[in-house]
Design a protein around this ligand. Structure first.
Ligand code: AOF
Ligand code: ZN
Length: 360
C-alpha cells in the first residue's frame, strides 16, 4: 500500500541534517489496516528506523506489516542488525522501497528475512526513496561527497549588478529553501572571490539545523584574516589552497583556528577532484557549492558536480560586466555543452527553481 510507504518517506525526512553520512530512513508498522507504530532514523549512530517503529508500537506487532524506506540491515554497525529484531517481533510482511547500496547489506538483509519465512516485497516508491537518499547512495558506494551546485540569478542571467551588489536577487522563500538545503549537507564551498566580495557567513539560519563545514577554495591565499568565515566560530572553516599560499598566511589562519589543506595545483588552481577525495576521507558525504562563477566553472569542468539548482528571479539588471553563474573559460561549442537531465521545476512565488542532474 503506497500510502504507508509515503508516510514512511515523510518520517524519514524528519532526520534531514542529523543522520549524515548515514541514510534517511522511515518505518511504519501496520496491522488490520491501521498504523500501530512509526519511527525514523533520528540521528547519526542512533537506533535505526525499524527499531524505533517497533519500540513505538502501541499494539502487539505479531502478524503485522512493516513498511520501511530502506532494506533493513543485517550487520553489526553502531547498532545490532535490524533483521533480527524484525524476525523476533513476529512481523509477517515487509515492504521495502529500495535495496541498501551499502555493500555490507545490499540484498543480504532481504535474503535473511525471506529465509526466516517472512514475505518480502521490494520496489514500492523506489524512485522517491532513491531521491531522498541520493547523498547516501553516492557516498556509500564511492566514498566521495555528493556535490550540489547552487546559484541565484536574475531572469537575464546575472548573479550580481555591475557594482557587485547581489542582496537580494531571489525572494525570501527561495532563500529559506537554500538555508534548508544547507542544513541537509555536511559542507558548503565557495571561491575566494565570493569571500572577498560578499563576506558571507555561510551558516544555516534555521532553528534546529546544523551549520555545515565551510570550505573556502583559495589557491593563492588571498583570504582576509578578518573575513566572517575566519572570525565567526559557529561553524568550522577549512581553506583549501596550494603551495602558492605564503607560509605566513597558513600560520595566521591556523592561529585563528582555521584549518588549511594544501593540495596539488591544476592549471594554477586547487585540484577540486583531490579536494573531494580528501573531504570524502574526512567523512563529508555532501557539499553544496555556492559560487562564484569561477569556482562553478571549474567544478563543472572537473566533473565533480552531481546536481545543479538554479534559482531564477524575475528581475532584469543587464550590464556586460555583471557576473554570471558560470564564468571561467567556457565551452567552445554547443555540442560540447554540459547537459542537465531529469529537470524539475519548482516555484517560490514569482521565483523559479530549476534543478537537475549533470549527465555523466
Ligand atoms: C542508519 N539508519 O535507519 C538504517 C540504516 O553503523 P550503523 O549500525 O548505524 O549502520 C549504518 C548502516 O546501516 C547504513 O550504512 C545502512 O547501510 C544501514 N541502514 N542505517 O543509519 C537506518 N536502516
Ligand atoms: Zn538497521
Amino acid at each position: 500500500m503506497e500510502k504507508y510507504m509515503k508516510r514512511a518517506l515523510q518520517l524519514a525526512k524528519l532526520g534531514v541534517g542529523h543522520t549524515n553520512p548515514n541514510p534517511l530512513v522511515g518505518a511504519v508498522i501496520v496491522k488490520n489496516g491501521k498504523i500501530i507504530g512509526e519511527g525514523y532514523h533520528e540521528y547519526y549512530g542512533g537506533p535505526h528506523a525499524e527499531i524505533n517503529a517497533l519500540k513505538n508500537a502501541k499494539e502487539d506487532v505479531k502478524g503485522a506489516q512493516l513498511y520501511v524506506t530502506l532494506e533493513p540491515c543485517c550487520h553489526y554497525g553502531k547498532t545490532p542488525p535490524c533483521v533480527d529484531a524484525i524476525v523476533k517481533s513476529g512481523i509477517k510482511d515487509v515492504f521495502i522501497a529500495m535495496e541498501d547500496p551499502n555493500k555490507l547489506v545490499s540484498g543480504k538483509g532481504i535474503k535473511h528475512l525471506k529465509e526466516a519465512g517472512l514475505n518480502v516485497y521490494t520496489g514500492l516508491l523506489k524512485d522517491e526513496a532513491e531521491k531522498l537518499n541520493e547523498i547516501f547512495i553516492k557516498y556509500i558506494t564511492t566514498k566521495k561527497p555528493y556535490v550540489i551546485l547552487k546559484s541565484a540569478m536574475t531572469i537575464d542571467g546575472k548573479i550580481a549588478t555591475t557594482t557587485g551588489d547581489s542582496k537580494w536577487i531571489t525572494n525570501e522563500k527561495s532563500r529559506e529553501h537554500v538555508h534548508m538545503m544547507r542544513g541537509g549537507v555536511m559542507a558548503i564551498m565557495v571561491g575566494i572571490n565570493t569571500v572577498i566580495k560578499d563576506n558571507p557567513y555561510l551558516t544555516t539560519r534555521i532553528d534546529g539545523l546544523k551549520n555545515p563545514l565551510r570550505v573556502i577554495v583559495d589557491s593563492r591565499g588571498r583570504i582576509p584574516l578578518d573575513a566572517n568565515v575566519v572570525i565567526d566560530k559557529s561553524a568550522r572553516t577549512i581553506v583549501a589552497t596550494t603551495d602558492m599560499m605564503p607560509y605566513k598566511k597558513v600560520k595566521a589562519l591556523k592561529d585563528s583556528c582555521v584549518d588549511v589543506i594544501v593540495l596539488d595545483k591544476l592549471n594554477n588552481e586547487v585540484d577540486l577532484k583531490k579536494l573531494m577525495d580528501m573531504l570524502g576521507e574526512m567523512g563529508i558525504d555532501s557539499v553544496i557549492i555556492e559560487g562564484g562563477g569561477t569556482l562553478n566553472y571549474s567544478a563543472l569542468k572537473e566533473g565533480i558536480v552531481d546536481k545543479v539548482m538554479f534559482y531564477i528571479a524575475p528581475k532584469i539588471i543587464g550590464g556586460s560586466n555583471s557576473l554570471t553563474p558560470v564564468e571561467g573559460k567556457g565551452i567552445d561549442l554547443i555540442k560540447d555543452a554540459i547537459i542537465v537531465e531529469k529537470l524539475d521545476v519548482k516555484r517560490f512565488d514569482d521565483d523559479i527553481l530549476m534543478e537537475g542532474y549533470i549527465k555523466k
